[in-house]
Design a protein around this ligand. Sequence first.
Ligand code: ADP
Ligand code: ZN
Ligand code: ZN
Length: 724
Amino acid sequence: MIAEVIVDITSGETDRVFDYLCDDDTKVGARVLAPFGPRMLTGFVVRLKETTDFDRAKLKKVKPTEDGLPALTEECVDLAQRLARRYAVPLALSLRLFLPAEMRTGKVRELYRRYAFLAVDSTEISLPKSAKNQAAAVEYLAVNGKTDCALLNKQFPGSVAALEKKGYITVVAEQVKRDPYKTVEGEAPARTLTAAQERAVNTIKTDSRTVQLIHGVTGSGKTEIYLTLIAECLERGESSIFLVPEISLTPQMLAQLRARFGKNAAILHSGLSAGERFDEWWRLRTGEAKIAIGARSAIFAPLENIGVIIIDEEHDGSYSSETAPRYNTFDVAYLRAKRNGCKLVLGSATPSVETYRKALSGEFGLITLKERINKKPMPHIQIVDMRKEVRRGNNTAFSSVLKEELENTLSSGNQAILFLNRRGYSQTVICKECGYVAKCKACDVSLTYHRDEDCLKCHYCGTRYNMLSGCPDCGSKKLSYAGTGTQRVVEELKKLYPTARILRMDNDTTSGKEGHYKILKEFGEKKADILVGTQMIAKGHDFPAVTLVGILDADMSLHFNDYRSAERTFQLITQVAGRSGRAEEKGKVVLQTFSPENDVLRFACEYDFEGFYDMEVSLREGAAFPPFSKIVRVLVSGEDNKKTLDVLKTVYFALEEIYQNNQEKFLFFNKMSAPIKRIENKHRYQVLMRLTDGALLPQIYAVCMQSRSRDALISVEENPANLS
Ligand code: ADP
Ligand code: ZN
Ligand code: ZN
């Protein structure tokens, strides 16, 4: 038999696929060792065939590995090929998504580890004087008994092979599993479902549509519905995939899942080491674990016979990949659901405009849960007008209302969360006295301040505006063009409340393996009174003692330079508010803004998703933003400016041809410098397009694929979350 083998997938700028001879029992997806010149390379079988265009006599033969099972299922190989075509990337790049790091690099830590122990009594062993390492190893084994061969060889180089040859030691292979969950105990019995939950489960099972959206307010019991669906799959022997934003995999959530599903679940989260990840992945591959739980990348879990795929918090930005291939998790999930004939369940309290539109149109099933399980009302959200604070001379990050509420919270022994936007990120210009925001005249999105050029730019059309010296509406000189950082908020807090215990959580404090778990755990154990943080703290955490949430700068999100800023703000407020008053005591939310009359904030405070959606969808339609159009950016970046420009020209001319032939499908088409002209010494240029729909995407991808060059990287982004 002949196998098409892709080798060396880590260096995947171009695919290296070659024909090899192979054993008859070789399977598609198998990891093999392929002779390549003088070297042996790790490869994966992507196709089997009877004939070859090459001289059969000259073909070399691949060596099977001892994996026992093909590393990739046929479905995964097939899916990788589809994704490579869809996103115009080399197959190597999309195959990598399906493999844990250790397997990709070929440095698979053995599934079996070798152990050595003495075969004869140490007194019967006589070694030449020169064999110091061997003697030391014997001594070690006499004291410690059975020992990992790798460890022996590290301490006493060469000892294992030499001693084994002489018959002094016995070497055995034993399977090893790193168990990341040693500490989690207990059992969590399934709850009796409420009538609403029961109905939801039945609808999902019986409705004919593949995609089902659960739109349920925070605390309406969505998670319990997911877990019931998963448990039912398990009973039928089917597997399932449960996706959550990484940040939602809190210690509480992990414990709950462990207790409920035990070893049946493989939970892939950022707290695992590469080795642990690999073991979890392998447990899924062998079928020992049937439930894959994790962030975006868990959609590539090596499962067969999938019974349900769940995407919780479906609106979350983390479901779009920001590195090539820039896949959209929903698209991959949909392909897998279709292939497995199973349901794809989306859940959110604030579905994305795009998803909700499809649910309303009947393309997706729609299940609405309006009530919280405990029937408790959502916390009251109070809007505070920061313009008045500024006029009164208060230039701190805290309004008087918030200060008063903070004092109440601290004196009653409860906890508070203070939320602000991504640190130092937003550079929107806002007038602190009247709330004026600088916007692009053509696009109606907020302009971004570029410090290096001291100007304002629209990221959707590239138009440049002079920096303002004062507010065009009221003449005030009090313009703000940067959000407050978490650090400054903490400093101000310390001055106001010297005895309060304060924790800070942002990108700076959460690096490292367990960064955010640790901070959340401390806060959960009431080792602090106030938690200050960014977006990170908005999701999935359940702190019963939190009775106050402060949103310090709603504007930074509201006027972010993105057509989705209103949607993101609504989602954020709803989510953050959901953190307050989860248990017995009623919660409160204080929302500070320079635009108190803004409709988005008003709808968010009333928890009126439908109202918000109706308004937003008509605005998007009017302005021809997605889902009523498709924004495509082709980014070209490279170290040599001239060569990068040359590549840009090549791409541009090819794209221009598409544009000339399909003008009716283009709302916008132009080439320009990227808003940030250089990142990490790479010059950046872009061709920006707004299309009426996605029909031309395959052509655009094809053109970019053909223009590929060593001199500059070309990447295609669809509706990019960040046009910088
Ligand atoms: P959501 O995912 O919609 O935010 P959860 O599933 O977290 O909501 O449920 C909110 C709370 O209600 C949780 O504390 C959960 O344990 C509890 N809960 C959910 N379903 C039930 C049920 N059927 N009976 C009792 N408590 C429930
Ligand atoms: Zn003003
Ligand atoms: Zn514009």
